[in-house]
Design a protein around this ligand. Structure first.
Ligand code: ADP
Ligand code: ADP
Length: 236
């Protein structure tokens, strides 16, 4: 079963009659479990819109999207929310950490929101993840006490706390310097290799795209390119 199967996916925004703008024009795309995909393309080409649809944050207009074999077209909001919690993790450019909470509390947030409480097993898992991303010493610090790269690593740990098969990352290193970018991206690759997590990473950075296994390029709401990256191309 493909992890993601898009069939003639169309997205239109209704800006009030008669103004409708079609942003995605019938995309066909399949992604297998455990793939590491770069999503590239010029500004305005539809990357964020596609990521929001893949992430069940926005609804499609036409065509179909099946996630783990399940068509999401006709799911009610509540079912979408449950599927999102079970199957998806998110990493954004601006990591959306809550400033008043510690790193550990931020990582356990998805569990808190899903179940209203954090079990001791979940807290242990969050600790282990923070250790794995190199923040064992910083678990009790608040985001404001951490560097940008460290904050992004907290956000990555948070995205993984429910062990989702798919992580969607929108410019995850967009606001980081080169050294932090390499560290954060290396961490994503490491997670991918250790756990088989699939990633779809939106990036403007051709160097990072070359370090993915596959590059999908959107131009004007269409897939203009979809190709494997030759092994070793990005000197991982
Ligand atoms: P990027 O290239 O980094 O995705 P954009 O400037 O294209 O940034 O878009 C930034 C955000 O603004 C996106 O989340 C997009 O959904 C939203 N956006 C872009 N254009 C419009 C619009 N015409 N109306 C409403 N939201 C928009
Ligand atoms: P990208 O992420 O590649 O920059 P976006 O998905 O943000 O592209 O935007 C693609 C197109 O959709 C742009 O023309 C943008 O203006 C438009 N758009 C994005 N979000 C909205 C929205 N909420 N309402 C109307 N138009 C939008």
């Amino acid at each position: 079963v493909p992890l993601i199967a898009l069939r003639q996916l169309v997205k239109r925004y209704n800006l009030g009659q008669p103004n409708e703008v079609e942003v995605l024009h019938g995309l066909d795309l399949r992604v297998a479990p455990g793939e590491f995909v770069a999503l590239i393309g010029p500004s305005g080409s539809g990357k964020s819109t596609l990521l929001n649809i893949l992430g069940l944050l926005e609804r499609l207009t036409d065509g179909d999207y099946a996630l783990q074999g399940q068509s999401v077209r006709d799911l009610q909001d509540q079912a979408l929310t449950l599927l999102r919690r079970r199957a998806l993790g998110f990493v954004f450019q601006f990591h959306h950490l809550l400033p008043a909470f510690s790193a550990l509390e931020n990582v356990t947030l998805p569990a808190l929101m899903a179940e209203g409480r954090v079990s001791s097993a979940q807290r242990e898992r969050a600790r282990a993840l923070l250790g794995a991303v190199g923040l064992a010493q910083a678990m009790d610090k608040r985001p404001g006490e951490l560097s940008g790269g460290m904050q992004q690593r907290v956000a990555i740990a948070r995205a993984l706390v429910n062990n989702p098969p798919l992580v969607l990352a929108d410019e995850p290193t967009g606001n980081l310097d080169t050294a932090s970018t390499d560290a954060v991206f290396g961490l994503l690759r490491q997670i991918h290799e250790e756990r088989g997590t699939a990633f779809i990473v939106v990036t403007h950075d051709p160097r990072l795209a070359q370090r993915c296994d596959r590059i999908v390029e959107l131009v004007d709401g269409r897939i203009a390119r979809d190709e494997r990256v030759p092994p070793g191309a990005g000197q991982r």
